[in-house]
Design a binder for this molecule. Structure first.
Ligand code: NAP
Length: 226
């Protein structure tokens, strides 16, 4: 059955590869990113019924407008994936500027909560749907120089578990560690070592069916893409 999938961070990296994998499996993707030129490329490449919008998940105004339009055109999402994320430049915590710390928390945690605040009500009204909040190995362990990112992903784990205790039956919230994938984000923290990891396209071949398989049985779980 064809599903409607809302995907934040659809323009690059893991999200961009998921767009192709979901679309070729016959699902409709409603995606976003902040860079208008990448959103336009997605529109041209994918066409209808998919839809892509320029949205900053850190902006209440952007998300409110996007959710209103998306739900009107496509209905409540069957699968809502909070994938958009940013990482701080490698540095000890005391050297991370105030604005950079706020941005990592604002996108990774605030953005996830904001997307949920606007997309969950129609899912609740329909009484079905799965939410996959992208966490990380660094949402369950830590490393030096990425403290803001670790703090944000540990928060995503906590937020997801608490949310799972609030949801009525028929809905599920799951924290998903995607694994380690060679994207621009990985290059930022691993440098040249990033090249040794799978491409987003190879990863998406496993990740798309894994995400589509999540169900109400997984509510409250912390899972890792195998
Ligand atoms: N790569 C890994 O190994 C790895 C490991 C663990 C967890 N993760 C998680 O997996 C997710 C995807 O990571 P990735 O490696 O694919 O990162 P990436 O290559 O840097 O891509 C990030 C995506 O998020 C979008 N984005 C960033 N800020 C945004 C904002 N404020 N509003 C809307 N979209 C925004 C970007 O689009 P624009 O440029 O258009 O804004 C881009 O599409 C993230 O949550 C990340 O924390 C990745």
């Amino acid at each position: 059955m064809s599903r409607t999938i809302v995907l934040t961070g659809a323009t690059r990296g893991c999200g961009r590869a998921l767009v192709d994998a979901f679309a070729s499996a016959g699902h409709t993707v409603v995606g976003c990113g902040t860079r208008p030129e990448l959103v336009e490329q997605l529109r041209e490449t994918m066409g209808a019924p998919h839809s892509f919008s320029t949205v900053d998940v850190a902006s209440e105004q952007n998300v409110e407008a996007w959710a209103g339009k998306a739900v009107k055109e496509h209905g409540a999402p069957d699968l809502l994936i909070n994938n958009a994320g940013v990482i701080n430049r490698n540095a000890p915590l005391w050297e991370v500027p105030e604005e950079e710390f706020a941005s990592v928390l604002g996108v990774n945690v605030g953005g996830t909560a904001r997307i949920l605040r606007h997309f969950l009500p129609p899912m609740l009204a329909r009484a079905s749907g799965v939410i996959a909040n992208f966490s990380s190995t660094w949402g369950r362990t830590t490393s030096p120089e990425v403290a803001p990112y670790c703090a944000s992903k540990w928060a995503v784990e906590g937020l997801t578990q608490a949310l799972s205790q609030e949801l009525p039956s028929g809905l599920a919230a799951v924290a998903v560690n995607p694994g380690i994938i060679h994207t621009e984000m990985l290059e930022s923290c691993f440098g040249g070592g990033a090249a040794g990891y799978p491409s987003p396209e190879a990863w998406a071949k496993r990740a798309a069916p894994f995400l589509l398989n999540l169900s109400t049985k997984d509510n409250g779980r912390s899972v890792t893409v195998g």
